[in-house]
Write a protein that binds this ligand. Structure first.
Ligand code: ADP
Ligand code: ZN
Length: 215
């Protein structure tokens, strides 16, 4: 499959993307994960991106497009890909359109995960993430807690709250989403690419996306 997942922070793009990779071997491409591991490794990209990310601001479009132009040409993308967290702005969507045309890649569709705002807020403040870059399992202190000693059930690393999951950074991320990313819904609607999924359960959404791919 070749799809884009759109949705506010906390809409469940990461969880849905991971489940979809198990379906047909398509790779999940999360710009957030790529940036977080660059920050952790202290690469030049990570150094540039860190201050934007910690505030909950977007990283400049030019940096993101450099990452994605290279990433989409790696051999594992030939089977298919699920874009999670990219594009995030109209300029990124325009640049992606030209890039895909250049690479002769056709998308199946853009899946917009529609989740009520109160559900989003609750999820973001209770979310915890495994600190192991190779794992990054997502937990929820209420509905899906880590082990009692605060470690990951999959890899035993510590489960932590991300720097951008403080209340201030969360509010900023939601404002940034409304101002910069929500306009992509209209953009892809005009392109005839948009499919909406009312998304309360990630598992149900995955099933609906699979159905839409077959149909
Ligand atoms: P979220 O849970 O907010 O969707 P992500 O893991 O997708 O988080 O991204 C974390 C941070 O990485 C964002 O707040 C932003 O600073 C940066 N980032 C990720 N993807 C992009 C992108 N496509 N364009 C600009 N910044 C991005
Ligand atoms: Zn883990």
């Amino acid at each position: 499959m070749r799809i884009i997942l759109l949705g506010a922070p906390g809409a469940g793009k990461g969880t849905v993307a991971k489940l979809l990779t198990e379906f047909d071997g398509s790779v999940q491409i999360s710009t957030g994960d790529i940036l977080r591991s660059a920050v952790k490794e202290g690469t030049p990209l990570g150094k540039k991106a860190k201050e934007f990310m910690d505030r909950g601001d977007l990283v400049p479009d030019s940096l993101i497009m450099d990452i994605m132009e290279a990433r989409l040409q790696e051999p594992d993308c030939r089977t298919g890909f699920i874009l999670d967290g990219f594009p995030r702005t109209i300029p990124q969507a325009e640049a992606l359109k030209s890039l895909l045309a250049k690479l002769s890649i056709q998308l199946d569709f853009v899946a917009n995960l529609d989740v009520p705002r109160d559900v989003i807020l609750d999820r973001l403040t209770t979310r915890r993430t495994c600190c192991n870059p190779a794992c990054q399992a997502i937990y929820n202190v209420k509905s899906n807690p880590p082990k009692e000693d605060g470690t990951c059930t999959l890899c035993d690393h510590k489960v932590i709250q991300r720097d951008d999951e403080t209340e201030e950074a969360i509010n900023n991320r939601l404002e940034t989403y409304n101002a910069k990313t929500a306009p992509l819904i209209g953009f892809y609607e005009k392109e005839g690419m948009l499919k909406n999924f009312l998304s309360l359960s990630s598992k149900d959404t995955v099933e609906e996306i699979k159905k839409a791919l077959k149909g």
